[in-house]
Write a protein that binds this ligand. Structure first.
Ligand SMILES: CC(C)(COP(=O)(O)OP(=O)(O)OC[C@H]1O[C@@H](n2cnc3c(N)ncnc32)[C@H](O)[C@@H]1OP(=O)(O)O)[C@@H](O)C(=O)NCCC(=O)NCCS
Length: 209
């Protein structure tokens, strides 16, 4: 059982020091400590911007979502504009391990099926050395806790690639269910490709329980 000791309710708060900052910057976050694995989500801080620049310019670092080089100045501008905590989209840094290393990020973007039916679409990218260590499913489960606690949405969705078995497994472990195949939904690596759409509803069972 992957429980955190938390059973429902708002995410637990914690404070960590952002690496590379001097003096260390105390940043509040939400945390999961389960089965010896520590994962925390916190707002982006200035020392994280080097990691975000890497995702813009290192081919494939972001995984199958790599779509070519992106403006490496964009992370600095976005951080200056709103700390990457916008009303309609945002990012949180994923920290992992006992020394709270920045392991990657999670993202969320607002969508709408009808005027009163808004939802969040989430995403994630971990640095390669943090993949396959139980961080990804926990980070996405924590992001759901965070979004369900602070916004009234009923639905959180996530898309992934048919060949992305790690993300399909991670989403299922984070409480998502497969809804179906979205045909030709992305142009990637030279051709249009199908995607798999997953969702988790507010009332779906929590993966922590
Ligand atoms: C996809 C990603 C977020 C998954 O997170 P992760 O930390 O690697 O996955 P976890 O360690 O939490 O594992 C979750 C499940 O997937 C399985 N899994 C992980 N890596 C796997 C692999 N390479 N092959 C098969 N299964 C794998 C795990 O075994 C676990 O299932 P289990 O408990 O039933 O064994 C991460 O690998 C990543 O950032 N990849 C690059 C970016 C990306 O693909 N983002 C998603 C775009 S849609």
């Amino acid at each position: 059982m992957p429980g955190t000791g938390r059973r429902g309710g708002p995410p637990a708060a914690s404070v960590s020091a952002v690496e590379g900052g001097y003096p260390p910057v105390p940043v509040p976050g939400i945390v999961s400590e389960t089965d010896g694995t520590s994962v925390r989500l916190r707002p982006v801080a200035e020392p994280d911007l080097a990691m975000f620049r890497r995702f813009c310019t290192e081919p494939g670092l972001v995984g199958l979502d790599w779509g070519g080089f992106r403006d490496p100045g964009a992370p600095v501008r976005r951080f200056a504009a709103d700390g990457w905590l916008g009303e309609d989209d945002g990012r949180l840094v994923v920290e992992a391990g006992t020394d709270a290393t920045a392991a990657g990020f999670v993202s969320y973007r607002a969508g709408r099926y009808a005027p009163s039916a808004t939802y969040w679409e989430i995403g994630i990218a971990l640095l390669p050395q943090w993949r396959g260590r139980g961080v990804g499913w926990r980070a996405q489960a924590l992001l759901c806790d965070y979004l369900f606690a602070h916004t009234p949405v009923q639905r959180i969705q996530a898309g992934t690639h048919p060949e992305n078995i790690p993300e399909q497994r991670a989403l299922e472990k984070a409480g998502f269910r497969l809804e179906g195949v979205i045909r030709a939904c992305e142009f990637r690596a030279g051709r249009w490709r199908d995607g798999h759409l997953y969702s988790r509803l507010r009332d779906d069972p929590s993966p922590w329980e």
